[in-house]
Design a protein around this ligand. Structure first.
Ligand code: PHB
Length: 377
């Protein structure tokens, strides 16, 4: 939807084909910390108005560790940048509203989407076929942007021998809840012997919390009471004491994975976001990476219609360089903050040493902050 918005601003004709319904898309809770590059991109795209008033600016990244220690990194002081808390679901709402305002609704609930004629050697237009509202349709186009997520049809339409996949699975998941309670004023990560925890927010009356859990757990294993008890046990006493609990309004478990498929272009098909790469949520890079992909891809496509194909030709390598930066960072932060089931006493000591170093060293904090606030485009 952001790519569509940016193409629309530049007068490039396009159509969005969505497998799900609007309600389904808007009911999915995703991460909510925006890099400033994302904030700027949304503003430039003309969808920043509500974010500007409702978004909450974060100045610090906070890590509780060792039971009672709290390490706070002021990103403004360390690297001159801030972050903003504003939910992905809210951005999605704003993008739909912008499209509605100009009658540019996507085609929702498109079934059996298939991509055709997009290989380099194939001539004539590429096309997408699908079934919507009981009618078969086929749309011809110059290019296909595969922005359809990890399970979408785009990446799997690229012949297997033409892509290389890199993957790392983590032996735990995140149980997340949304609760209509005032959040802690800070973004707080916790490394605790019982496992990782995270306190985040959506707005002054809506909190988002997570605890690390075994992959075999289901949400039926986690009553609200059990969740709050476990969360509070993993936080330092001061934060646990001030945290307001209440009924959950959403609860889900997500496995953690790092995944990259290269290249991000095949002929006239360009992949963006989760279609090409997945990061674990530690560091909230998934949405931000999709936005930087779309930044590169929109300018490459717009360049093409001004007679310049250099952006299209460099899209995959440019996007992948930034993707691997975020993949490495979110792997590192995941490794630093979680308890691994097979963790040895040695692993525990090196992890604690790294946290102690981070607490002491402004240079180490700057290195973390630089990546957390997001690498330049
Ligand atoms: C969230 O607010 O959902 C969130 C925040 C920070 C993360 C991941 C998720 O690292």
């Amino acid at each position: 939807m952001l790519l569509a918005q940016m193409l629309r601003q530049a007068g490039v004709d396009h159509l969005v084909v969505e497998r799900q319904s609007r309600q389904h898309v808007l009911s999915r809770i995703r991460a909510g910390v925006l890099e400033w590059g994302t904030v700027d991109t949304l503003r430039r795209a003309g969808v920043g108005e509500r974010m500007n008033t409702e978004g909450h600016v974060h100045e610090t990244i906070n890590i509780a560790w060792g039971g009672t220690e709290l390490l706070s990194v002021n990103t403004m002081e360390r690297v001159g940048r801030l972050m903003m808390a504003y939910g992905q679901t809210e951005i999605q709402k704003d993008l739909y509203a912008a499209a509605d305002a100009v009658d540019a609704e996507p085609i929702f609930e498109a079934d059996g989407v298939a991509l055709h004629n997009f290989h380099q050697h194939e001539s004539g237009p590429a096309s997408i076929s699908f079934l919507a509202n009981g009618v078969k349709d086929r749309i011809e186009c110059d290019f296909i942007a595969g922005c359809d997520g990890f399970h979408g049809v785009s990446r799997s339409s690229i012949p297997k021998e033409a892509r290389t996949e890199y993957e790392k699975l983590y032996p735990f998941g995140w149980l997340g809840i949304l609760s209509e309670t005032p959040p802690l004023p800070i973004l707080l990560y916790a490394n605790h012997e019982r496992g990782f925890a995270l306190c985040s927010m959506r707005n002054p009356l809506l909190s988002r919390y997570y605890v690390q859990c075994p992959l075999t757990d289901t949400i039926e294993d986690w009553s609200d009471d059990r969740f709050w008890t476990e969360l509070l046990a993993r936080l330092p006493p001061e934060q646990a004491g001030s945290l307001r609990t209440g009924p959950s309004i959403e609860k889900s478990i997500a496995p953690l994975r790092s995944f990259v498929s290269e290249p991000m272009r095949f002929g006239r098909l360009f992949l963006a976001g989760d279609a090409a790469h997945i990061v674990p949520p530690t560091g909230a890079k998934g949405l931000n990476l999709a936005v930087s992909d779309v930044h590169y891809l929109s300018s490459a496509l717009i360049g093409h219609y001004h007679g310049d194909d250099t952006g299209l030709d460099s899209y995959s390598s440019t996007a992948l360089a930034r993707v691997w930066g975020a993949v490495r960072f979110s792997w590192w932060l995941t490794t630093l903050l979680h308890r691994f089931p097979d963790q040895t006493a040695f692993d525990g000591r090196t992890q604690a040493q790294e946290l102690a170093h981070l607490a002491r060293s402004e240079r180490a904090q700057a290195a973390m902050a630089e990546q957390y606030v997001g690498l330049d485009y």
